[in-house]
Design a protein around this ligand. Structure first.
Ligand code: C2E
Ligand code: MG
Ligand code: MG
Ligand code: MG
Length: 277
């Protein structure tokens, strides 16, 4: 981004564009600093088991409140990290911060699972598996309580490498989930070869399932697909009680969404666990 800025300046490209690249260059510096100095934080969204309505897990979601810029959406800073070579730092931060905070939650519920998002740029990183397993050992986390979320697109960018990485993580006892299932444009062939334990049905299907019969049938087919393959089905984006009921009737195992619980700081989740214990 700095080079782009220099080029923009020397070639007299219009000011609006130069301002934008200057902004991106500065944002990159701030993000790098924030990752190195551990200035990001984790929020946790509850994952609910639908049959009994119990809290069984949390998904770790990165938050960045930049002192100068205010809070910046994850979609923005994660994309920036991926484009500027900071994906490795982001992965290291995400895994460590999530497992550190998860350890505090496990003190109240030892069985609570923790889902962590892996960037599509994580797979080519040297030492990725060791890095994750080191963090699991450091925080004394039961491997089976760690869920690593990857998207179809991320896996298909480099299927052989992804398969090898995921096999090793699976052998170590961690669980692999497909995030945003149904949204990526890719074949289902990876489901044959990859050690996937969960399908997370993308919120775009779940949101429309209450009003659109076609979406509802798609969702129930995805639940069946998961079960036929011996995987668990997780619905994302439950925003109303109606969707929770519908998904429960379809036999969906677990769900997340604003109606069931918003992403929240560790302290709030600790309060929630104390109340439900
Ligand atoms: P995701 O993994 O699919 O996470 C779900 C996103 O949907 C989260 O957005 C969550 O706040 C939002 N969400 C949850 N329930 C609802 C709902 O009922 N309605 C709606 N409209 N949205 C809901 P968020 O936190 O902005 O994160 C966006 C994406 O950024 C995540 O999508 C994930 O792909 C990525 N991300 C977040 N944290 C990390 C991280 O630490 N590392 C990496 N690599 N990616 C991350
Ligand atoms: Mg996710
Ligand atoms: Mg998702
Ligand atoms: Mg996503």
């Amino acid at each position: 981004a700095e080079r782009a800025l220099a080029i923009a300046r020397s070639s007299g490209i219009d000011w609006a564009m130069a301002d934008e690249s200057e902004d991106e260059a500065a944002l990159y510096q701030d993000l790098r600093h924030a990752l190195m100095e551990n200035l990001l934080h984790v929020h946790f969204q509850p994952v609910i088991e639908l049959k009994q309505g119990r809290l069984v897990g949390v998904e770790a979601l990165a938050r960045w409140d930049c002192p100068r810029r205010g809070s910046i959406r994850p979609d923005r800073f994660i994309t920036l990290a991926e484009q500027t070579g900071l994906a490795g730092e982001l992965t290291r931060w995400s895994v460590n911060a999530a497992l550190r905070e998860h350890a505090r939650l496990r003190a109240l519920d030892p069985d609570l699972r923790c889902s962590i998002n892996l960037s599509s740029k994580a797979f080519p990183q040297a030492g990725l598996v060791e890095q994750i397993l080191d963090a699991v050992a450091l925080w004394d986390t039961p491997p089976a309580s760690v869920v690593l979320e990857v998207t179809e697109t991320a896996m298909m960018e480099n299927p052989e490498l992804s398969a090898r990485v995921l096999q090793r993580l699976d052998h170590a006892g961690l669980r692999i989930a497909i995030d945003d299932f149904g949204k990526g444009y890719s074949s289902l062939s990876y489901l044959k070869h990859f050690p996937v334990r969960e399908l997370k049905i993308d919120q775009s299907f779940v949101r429309d399932a209450g009003s659109d019969p076609r979406s509802a049938r798609l969702v129930s087919s995805m639940v069946e697909l998961a079960h036929h393959l011996g995987m668990e089905a997780v619905a994302e984006g439950i925003e109303a009680e109606g969707s929770a009921t519908l998904l429960r009737e379809m036999g969906c195992d677990r769900a997340q969404g604003y109606h069931l619980g918003r992403p929240m700081p560790t302290e709030s989740l600790l309060d929630l666990l104390r109340k439900t214990a």
